[in-house]
Write a protein that binds this ligand. Structure first.
Ligand code: ASP
Ligand code: MG
Length: 446
């Protein structure tokens, strides 16, 4: 997304308190974007529950725009149908099909709200409009014109129910934003209408230090910085689409991840503490900072090794240029020191979905690269340690390596950045590695 264009119409995102700062008739009010995921709108009963959440905010005097996903499972079904119709289909028609789920839920929620006496209107991407680029199937938002939505909020207190995941491309056709793209709709809309906060309602009550299904002692983080959340999402945590976190960071949109299954009325009882959830915000807003904040893992990568390639200038380029040309993202790269100064092994990872294609590309480049053999494995997992505190703390990596060694876990590749360390290991050790690291850095609760 191009910052300038989105920000062009947006009022600059303000540093608001969690519960808003506008004061009207002596009451504190806020402008909110509320986003509900697929499990939260799974059927009409669920949609009615969502309507209660929205009504609660409206009754509290807030201005609200809602973004909805398709009913759980719907998008998968739509995607499957496009494949069934033709494995190599036109991406523009894919978008026409897969965007349909959000059209249904936006209309149904508007109906449910009207039924409760709340003034509400549904909006498809092209109606807002949400302008996107031409990359059908994975389009980026260029610009959102929030003026009509704001006008209706100001003049009639009308709630906008916006279909997530979709916009309109330069070709005037529907364009979708990639799986999980409703998160990005919500955050971008929050930036465009100058919302005080973007609430992401989902089936969990926040962001956890790691996957609670693996580590029952994982704890909910009250706050996490944009940068850390970006790493968590990129490295495997499935709570939010990566792009939505990038958008939030660029525009300074505070995002609050919370549960839609909590009772709509008990959430914000006056006089009680803030509701349960995780606030994704600027690092400055986080008082108590740990060295390591979270452990992420992903089984979505595959490892490829090229055996006995020449150890000379130009070889890495000969390997990675054709992969780049084929649009395959290489993540971790390890090149061994050659024993005799002439031949070496090169190991790297690619997304598991591109595993076979990558091997084909490399087979095609065998002449120019000159390797002896290709080995590959999909039985690998990437386990990552994340925390902004690592910037000012030495020895975090060494501790991790030692702890994993103590468990007999072999590390096949490593990458690091200022605030993360990722290690590639055998997939069968994923759970053990995550548990070990989680307790090593003091993240186990109690
Ligand atoms: N319905 C779309 C998907 O499943 C978008 C979303 O839910 O965020 O990917
Ligand atoms: Mg989602």
């Amino acid at each position: 997304m191009t910052t300038s264009k989105l920000a062009g119409l947006a009022r600059p995102a303000k540093k608001a308190r969690l519960f808003g700062e506008r004061v009207s008739d002596g009451r504190t009010m806020a402008r909110l974007v509320m986003k509900f995921g697929g499990t939260s709108v799974a059927d009409v009963d669920c949609i009615r529950n969502v309507a209660r959440h929205v009504k609660r905010e409206v009754d509290a005097g807030n201005q609200v725009a809602v973004v909805v996903s398709a009913m759980a499972g719907t998008t998968n079904q739509l995607v499957a149908w496009t494949r069934e119709a033709s494995p190599l289909h036109d991406a523009r028609e894919y978008d026409t099909v897969v965007s349909a789920g959000e059209q249904v839920t936006s209309g149904l929620l508007a109906i449910a709200l009207q039924d409760m006496g709340v003034n509400a209107r549904s909006w498809l991407g092209w109606q807002v409009p949400i302008r996107a680029d031409a990359a059908h199937g994975a389009a980026r938002i260029d610009h959102i014109d929030g003026s009509v939505l704001i006008e209706r909020m100001d003049d009639h207190g009308q709630v906008a129910v916006v279909a997530g995941f979709q916009g309109v491309g330069p070709d005037n056709r529907v364009a979708t934003f990639g799986r999980g793209g409703s998160d990005t709709t919500a955050v971008a809309l929050a930036a465009a209408i100058g919302a005080d906060r973007c609430d992401i309602y989902t089936d969990v009550d926040g962001v956890y230090t790691t996957d609670p299904r693996i580590v029952p002692k994982a704890g909910r983080m009250p706050r996490i910085s944009f940068e850390e959340m970006l790493e968590m999402a990129s490295l495997g945590a499935k709570v939010l689409q990566v792009r939505s976190v990038q958008t939030a960071m660029v525009h300074g949109v505070r995002v609050f991840v919370r549960s839609s299954f909590a009772d709509p009325q008990s959430l914000e009882t006056p006089g009680t503490d803030s509701p349960v959830g995780t606030l994704i915000c600027d690092e400055e807003e986080i008082v108590e900072q740990k060295v390591v904040t979270g452990i992420a893992y992903s089984k979505d990568e595959a490892e490829i090794s090229l055996r006995r390639v020449a150890d000379k200038p130009g070889v890495a380029a000969a390997v990675f240029m054709p992969l780049a040309a084929a649009n395959i993202n290489v993540d971790m790269i390890v090149q061994n020191i050659s024993e005799d100064g002439s031949l070496t092994d090169m190991t790297f990872t690619v997304p598991i979905v591109d595993f076979e294609r990558a091997q084909e590309v490399l087979a095609g480049a065998r002449e120019t690269v000159g390797y002896q053999a290709i080995n590959g494995s999909t039985d690998v997992a990437k386990v990552s340690i994340i925390g902004v505190g690592m910037r000012s703390h030495a020895g975090v990596a060494a501790e991790a390596f030692e702890a994993l060694a103590g468990r007999g876990i072999n590390i096949r590749a490593i990458t690091t950045s200022e605030i993360k360390i990722s290690m590639l290991i055998d997939a069968s050790y994923t759970e053990l590695a995550v548990r070990t690291l989680h307790s090593l850095y003091g993240l186990d609760e109690n």
